[in-house]
Design a protein around this ligand. Structure first.
Ligand code: PLP
Length: 414
């Protein structure tokens, strides 16, 4: 039941917040219309200010792998709030948290906690440059590694700031090898999302990550896996543990904060100890390792370790994605779905999507209609065709069935 309340609140929001939001993609600019203002979330559902219920596949942009308001996390947060939210001192909890992460992700021996994935990536890049004594960083087209200046093309970023950032095509090892050869002698690092999430989900082709690792070994380049989305997503550890490829540095975020702001950068001791205060590479943070984020993160990771919901989430995602494919076929709609574990994206295109160039070929206007059709049916996908969607441990077979029914209806009306 749309009441106009949403539009009214948005109108006020744009008076006080640029674009009415605090992070751009939330504004619905990519899908059009007014963003739905939410007031609460529980399990697999979120609830709007005008009292509509939605099955949520955005899940706090992937942070909420256990669903909204998971009781184990809520309980820990209540306890911790009584004891102090941010002591600003060394705490035993931080060591326990780092130990848990290092135990789960074998390439990580030491961890630096930050307040966001952006910050974790900034620390990783600084370390790669300091350790190698070189300057150039390769990233892949369409990837997102947070909003550090040297990864952005936008007003306010002087061109000089980006002159050491090189862009290659994801899943194209020849192109990457050429770029390295051209810049050898000044190559510090390669940063890659092992499963690309910010182009919409794109899986790495079989030889891509192993050959990337070989190139790094051959040329003495630091390999950074940005596992802000993939970390603890497919198993209790990193995507690197599935491939067996160890990066030198790993960035984490989202899931490890249990729904609170967090990031982490981890790797071998010989690299990590270059960070201040044991080394001279500077990083600091008033709230880095704060007690609320660490408590929520510990509760999330311990719950994941105990319950291992990965198989269930993977099965539900497969059922959903295969179901959507069948419905599209019945309705004569061209689409491709990339999915792995509990991560998926729907591309309205007839072509396989394996890099940024192919992702951009989808029909963004069709996606807008599809998106709003689903919203009307109470399904909340990430509001952009270039974003990933997520299934949580709180999602049920009933949620998947309802979603498929909604999609059937939307396809029929399209
Ligand atoms: C792969 C990746 N790296 C880094 C970031 C930045 O994390 P944050 O938004 O916590 O700064 C994101 C955010 O979505 C991401 O997807």
């Amino acid at each position: 039941m749309a009441t106009g309340l949403n539009e009214k609140i948005f109108k006020e929001a744009v008076c006080y917040l640029p674009g009415g939001v605090n992070s751009p993609v939330r504004s619905f600019k990519s899908v059009g219309g007014t963003p739905v203002f939410m007031k609460s979330g529980r399990g697999s559902k979120i609830y709007s200010l005008d009292n509509r219920e939605f099955i949520d596949y955005c899940l706090g942009w992937g942070a909420l792998i256990l669903g909204h308001s998971h009781p184990a996390i809520t309980k820990e947060l209540k306890n911790q709030a009584e004891k102090g939210t941010s002591l600003g001192t060394a705490t035993k909890q931080e060591t326990e948290f780092a130990k848990l992460i290092a135990g789960a992700v074998p390439s990580i021996e030491q961890v630096r906690l930050t307040n966001s994935g952006t910050e974790a990536v900034m620390v990783a890049v600084r370390l790669a440059r300091a350790f190698s004594g070189k300057r150039k960083i390769i990233r892949f087209a369409g990837s997102y590694h947070g909003h550090a200046d040297y990864f952005l093309d936008c007003p306010g970023v002087p061109g000089e700031f980006k002159k050491h950032t090189l862009t290659c095509h994801y899943n194209n090892i020849e192109n990457t090898a050429e770029m390295i050869e051209k810049n050898k002698g000044d190559m510090a690092g390669i940063i890659v999302e092992p499963v690309a999430g910010n182009t919409g989900v794109i899986l790495p082709e079989k030889r891509f990550l192993p050959e990337l690792k070989n190139l790094c070994l051959k040329y003495g380049i630091i390999l950074i896996f940005d596992e802000v989305i993939t970390g603890f997503r497919f198993r209790f550890g990193g995507f690197q543990d599935i491939t067996g490829i160890k990066p030198d540095i790993t960035c984490l975020g989202k899931i490890i904060g249990g729904g609170l702001p967090v990031g982490a950068c981890g790797g071998k001791k010989e690299i990590m100890r270059m960070l201040s205060p044991s080394g001279d590479v500077f990083h600091a943070g008033t709230f880095a390792g704060n007690s609320m984020s660490v408590s929520a993160g510990m509760a999330a990771l311990k719950t994941l370790e105990k319950t291992l919901p990965y198989k269930k989430m993977t099965e539900l995602t497969k059922e959903l994605c295969e179901g959507i494919k069948s419905l599209a076929k019945e309705s004569g709609i061209k689409l491709k779905i990339n999915y792995i574990g509990p991560l998926f994206s729907i591309f309205l295109t007839g072509e396989d999507v394996k890099d940024w160039t192919s992702a951009k070929k989808q029909d963004t206007e069709d996606f807008k209609r599809f998106y709003h059709g689903l919203l009307k049916e109470g399904i909340y996908f990430s509001p952009s065709c270039f974003e990933a969607n997520f299934v949580s441990s709180a999602h049920t077979k009933n949620d998947i069935n309802k979603t498929l029914q909604a999609i059937k209806k939307v396809f029929k009306n399209s």
